[in-house]
Write a protein that binds this ligand. Sequence first.
Ligand SMILES: [Zn+2]
Length: 364
Amino acid sequence: MTIGLRCVACGRTYDIGDRAWRCSCGGLFKLEGTALFAAAGAGSDRPWSLWRYRSSLPIFGSRDRWEQISLGEGSTPIVQDSPGVLLKLDFLMPTLSFKDRGSVVLVSAASELGVRQMVADSSGNAGVSIAAYGARAGIETEVFVPASTSPSKVFQLEAYGAVVRRITGSRDDAAAAAISRLEQTGAFYASHIYNPFFHHGTKTFAFECYEQLAGRMPDAVVIPAGNGTLLLGAALGFAELVDAGLLDRPPRLFAVQAANCSPIAKARGAHVSGSTETAAEGIAIQNPPRLEEMMRAIETTGGDLLLVDEESILRARTALLARGIDVEPTAAAGYAALDGWDSDELGTVLVALTGAGIKTPHAP
Ligand SMILES: [Zn+2]
């Protein structure tokens, strides 16, 4: 089956060469035609990187080109924090966030399509990651970020040669500016939210958990969720492992959001402030386009939403530092969500640590 795009709202299909970023009905895309996970097995010559899973990645065209763009991303360590609590250090990546899983797949696809110019919008880490792989693939990259983005992320973007557009307003305003730029220029939209190639990169998080833990999965996986790029990728990866007959069921997926900014709580009818005032800038998203899919991912796996307040995020960051692990506040939010974790009821847990501490420097 060839790889193609299908609108989740109306079912219309598109060729990937069309470069459409959403359906004419406004619906979002998913990818079709990718193969299921195949276990590596003994004596495998597969590399210890994302390309270990190349048979289930949406690769088309020249495989050599894809592997030339790879920076060996993936295969991040899983360490034990305490009995029943595992941490996956998913910030140990070429640009220091998990986003490299998605970017390498998305940018390789863009390169294969002959893209010369691309536009992205980001709260920081996704843009940095797209910029790095854009540089590697020789694609001109323009990134729209909220003006409040950490200066260190803006420096990282500029260092990779991206054109940076700082937009006054929220993360949603940055997205609107990027979309209007696309309409003016006809550039490729390298969106980690809309483009489903990205989620087929982040699904390798689940494959790695499966292989590194020799199939003995934790009962729950905790993931900070703004636009849900890791949550949705993990849900996809675990679902593919179930479909391949390797897991009986996926772990329960728990999404972590800041109490100050939780679109999931809002969609469930809770009264929320609607602000984006949180130190966890990577999840300061008011209106994630894939909100329904994110809610389905936690509900169908028996997971839930976990809310964390600002004080607990900063406390968790300090607690991790005392254990030798330096992450940015967004990643610390995931660890903060373990406060009050009832292991009798919820069992063992793995927390995704998503971005490195240097992304958001500590106060002097
Ligand atoms: Zn549609």
